[in-house]
Ligand binder design. Structure first.
Ligand SMILES: [Zn+2]
Length: 484
């Protein structure tokens, strides 16, 4: 007994020692850059132009007949008026009717071009929420140091910041070292046919892009409890998307003489089984790299955990699974969203249908998730069919490339206090359509957001700080200047 206790104590000692050494020796992967002396961006004037941009109701609708084409065309004319030097220096074409593609020819044709993306369209403001806004959603009011309105964050801020930077540089006679494409989609919120068309056009012209930079992640304050610095996350991979329709067909009839289980009951138990068997959690790939990159910058207790994932992975996974936001980072998520059965209360359903939406973690595939679902339901009476446009997780972009370092350096100079890390993007962006024409696809908006701010995009009281918008302009200006 005594011997076993001694061996156990020795083992614990070794584990503590290894964990301690690792905690103290993990080295920072942040790069040293000179913070930028604040460029003299006129934050008030730029904010005013962003406010004006918000007044154009470039709203996306799933029912495309509701699209207000005139609002987009007026928005295009507004951009031309607002940025005359940029419109002299860059060629502009309309693709897929309303998407804008600008081309800024570079000084050195031997260098591979790059593309900056953003989207013109915004999500609607449901009439029942418009009363709850502090400022009207489509007036672009400037108040309390913020520009208020739908699209300020998602994504007119980026459209305007990119053009502000371009205008400033073009007015001074600057030309980028490599050719720069600016692509502003018109339907990102409803699928991105504009982005698909631009990517196809570039491919048709034989153009390969070094990298694409689009919205996605940002500079987030208060992301990790105990971490004082904001975290600037560059999205290097996007989850995949799959909606499966579950169908049960059974003889109908009168509900006065029902069988033991109706089509609705069979479907309901299939969905219950699915919810009880979430796809397995995995802490690997980019989310793992996110945590290990963060580790050296965190306070001691957290660093102990993050730099010893060999020891704490199980506990950490259980912790991350506890909240929906972090659970989505470590597994393919399961979300039953739609249901239908009999059209009448006293009629047995011939057919019951449900739809379950899955967001696929890199490493899983459409086929592997479908197989998993089939096995979890384990009932031949339930058939599965994919609906809509399923897509596999995106390719993982390099965190080791010159272009990643360029983005990282530009972040470091404008947001010197931020820790820069790669991460996984949970939603979809226009950038996903560029996988075939770009070596690397990065998803990062150069804006600072507090934890409560994220719900404002697509929600109530969307707004951008005037100084934050000025920083975004500085970021793009610096990036464009550093492309050689
Ligand atoms: Zn967006």
């Amino acid at each position: 007994m005594k011997k076993i206790a001694q061996i156990l104590a020795a083992l614990v000692g070794v584990v503590v020692l290894v964990a301690g050494v690792r905690t103290c020796t993990v080295s920072s992967q942040q790069i040293e850059v000179e913070p930028l002396p604040p460029a003299e961006v006129d934050a008030g004037a730029a904010g005013k132009r962003l406010g004006d941009a918000i007044r154009y109701r470039t709203i996306s609708h799933f029912d495309r007949s509701q699209l207000d084409r005139g609002a987009f065309l007026a928005f295009h004319r507004f951009l031309q008026r607002s940025y005359p030097a940029a419109h002299r220096a860059l060629d502009r074409e309309r693709v897929d009717d309303l998407t804008l593609l600008y081309i800024w020819p570079g000084r050195d044709p031997s260098l591979t071009p790059v593309a900056l993306l953003a989207h013109q369209d915004v999500v609607p403001v449901p009439p029942e929420t418009s009363e709850r806004w502090t400022q009207p959603a489509f007036e672009g009011v400037i108040d309390g140091g913020f520009v208020w309105g739908r699209g300020a964050m998602d994504d007119k801020g980026n459209v305007m910041a990119i053009l502000e930077a371009t205008e400033r540089l073009a007015a001074g006679g600057f030309r980028p070292a490599r050719t720069v494409y600016l692509a502003f989609g018109h339907d990102e919120e409803v699928g991105g046919t504009g982005a698909t068309a631009v990517a196809a056009l570039l491919a048709e012209r034989g153009i390969e892009l070094d990298f694409v930079l689009d919205e996605g992640l940002a500079v987030i304050e208060g992301l990790i409890p105990g971490l004082a610095q904001p975290v600037a996350m560059i999205g290097v991979v996007e989850k995949g998307y799959l909606s499966l329709r579950l169908v049960v067909e059974q003889p109908g009839g009168h509900s006065s003489t029902p069988p033991r289980q109706t089509a609705v009951g069979i479907l309901a138990s299939a969905i219950t089984r699915l919810e009880r068997a979430p796809l397995p959690a995995r802490l690997e790939g980019v989310p793992r790299e996110f945590l290990t990159t963060l580790a050296p910058e965190t306070p001691l207790r957290l660093r102990l955990v993050l730099s010893n994932l060999w020891l704490f992975e199980g506990i950490l996974k259980r912790f991350l699974a506890g909240t929906p936001g972090t659970n989505a980072v470590i597994r393919t998520t399961t979300a039953p969203t739609m249901l239908s059965g009999s059209p009448k209360d006293n009629v047995l359903p011939n057919r019951a249908e449900g739809v379950v939406n899955f967001r696929i973690l890199p490493g899983d595939t459409i086929a592997s998730v479908t197989e998993y679902v089939r096995a979890a339901i384990a009932d031949d009476r339930v058939t599965l069919e994919p609906i809509g446009h399923p897509r596999e997780p995106s390719r993982v972009s390099s965190t080791d490339s010159e272009s990643f370092r360029l983005v990282q350096r530009s972040i470091g100079r404008v947001f010197p206090e931020a820790v820069v890390t790669p991460n996984l993007v949970l939603g979809g962006t226009d950038a996903r359509h560029y996988g075939e024409v770009a070596r690397d696809v990065y998803r990062f908006s150069p804006y600072r957001f507090g934890p409560g701010d994220l719900a404002r995009a697509h929600g109530i009281d969307e707004r951008i700080g005037l100084e934050d918008h000025a920083d975004a302009i500085r970021f793009y200006e610096l990036l464009l200047q550093s492309l050689d």
